[in-house]
Design a protein around this ligand. Structure first.
Ligand SMILES: CC(C)(COP(=O)(O)OP(=O)(O)OC[C@H]1O[C@@H](n2cnc3c(N)ncnc32)[C@H](O)[C@@H]1OP(=O)(O)O)[C@@H](O)C(=O)NCCC(=O)NCCS
Length: 198
C-alpha cells in the first residue's frame, strides 16, 4: 500500500503524525489478514510498533504486510514501512509493526482461518517468532489448565514420596537412604504416569 505524506498528515516539525501512520498500518494489515482468511478481519490487538526514523512531509510511504502465522481464528500480521524521498533518491526503513487480527463472520463471531505454510527462510523465521503467549481466549485458558494439572500431579507425587520414605525409614530403621529415594521416585513416576495417561 502506498501513501503520499501531505501537510494535513504532519506535525509542526513537518514529520508524519504517529497516529496517521498507525491508521495506515492498521488498514494495510487488515487487508493482508482479510485476503488470507477470505473473511472480514477485526483488529484484536496492536502488539508492537517501532518508530525507527521520522517520515518527512513529501515522502512516499510504502507499507508491506504479511500474515506471519495463523492460529485458530486469529493471525499475527507484520507490517514493514519504507519511506522514500524521490528528491534525495533514498529509501529508509522507518517502522515495523505487529498486530493480531481475528477473522469474523457477519455477526462478528470468530471463524476459523487457514493455516500458514511458510516456504522461504524469512517466512519460516517470522512463523517461528510469532508468539501466542500473551493472547487471551481459549488457548491461554488451556495453557493455564495444563500448568495447573502438572503442578497438582507433581505435588501428589512429592506427597506420596514423603510418606513412602517415612514408611521405609521406620520399618528398616534408617533416616534417609539415597537408594530408596531414587527407587521410590522412579517407581512413583512410572506408576503415576501410567495412571495419568490411562
Ligand atoms: C476480537 C474479538 C472478535 C474476539 O472475540 P471473542 O469472543 O473474545 O473471541 P475468543 O475469546 O473466542 O477469541 C478468538 C480469538 O481471538 C484471540 N483474541 C481475543 N482477544 C485478543 C486480544 N486482545 N489480543 C490478541 N488476540 C485476541 C484469541 O486468542 C482467539 O484466537 P484463536 O482462535 O486463534 O485461538 C472481539 O473481542 C471483538 O470483536 N473485539 C473488537 C474488535 C474491534 O472492534 N476492532 C477494531 C475495529 S476493526
Amino acid at each position: 500500500m502506498t501513501e503520499l505524506v501531505l501537510p494535513n498528515h504532519t506535525n509542526q516539525l513537518g514529520n508524519l503524525l504517529g497516529g496517521q501512520l498507525m491508521h495506515w498500518i492498521d488498514i494495510c494489515a487488515a487487508l493482508a489478514a482479510s485476503k488470507h482468511s477470505q473473511h472480514v478481519c477485526v483488529t484484536a490487538s496492536v502488539d508492537r510498533i517501532d518508530f525507527h526514523h521520522p517520515v518527512r512531509l513529501g515522502n512516499v510511504v510504502t507499507l508491506t504486510a504479511s500474515v506471519n502465522r495463523a492460529f485458530k481464528t486469529s493471525m499475527e500480521v507484520g507490517v514493514k514501512v519504507i519511506a522514500e524521498s524521490f528528491i534525495e533518491g533514498k529509501q529508509v526503513h522507518t517502522n515495523t509493526a505487529y498486530l493480531t487480527f481475528v477473522s469474523v463472520d457477519e455477526n462478528t463471531r470468530p471463524v476459523e482461518t487457514f493455516e500458514i505454510l511458510p516456504e522461504t527462510e524469512d517466512e519460516k523465521r517470522r512463523f517461528k517468532e510469532a508468539l501466542q503467549e500473551d493472547k487471551p481466549g481459549l488457548a491461554q485458558d488451556l495453557i493455564k489448565i495444563i500448568n495447573f494439572a502438572l503442578f497438582a500431579f507433581l505435588f501428589c507425587l512429592m506427597y506420596r514420596l514423603k510418606f513412602q520414605l517415612m514408611d521405609s525409614a521406620s520399618t528398616e530403621n534408617i533416616l534417609v537412604n539415597p537408594d530408596i529415594i531414587e527407587y521410590s521416585l522412579v517407581t512413583l513416576i512410572t506408576t503415576d504416569t501410567e495412571i495419568f495417561f490411562k
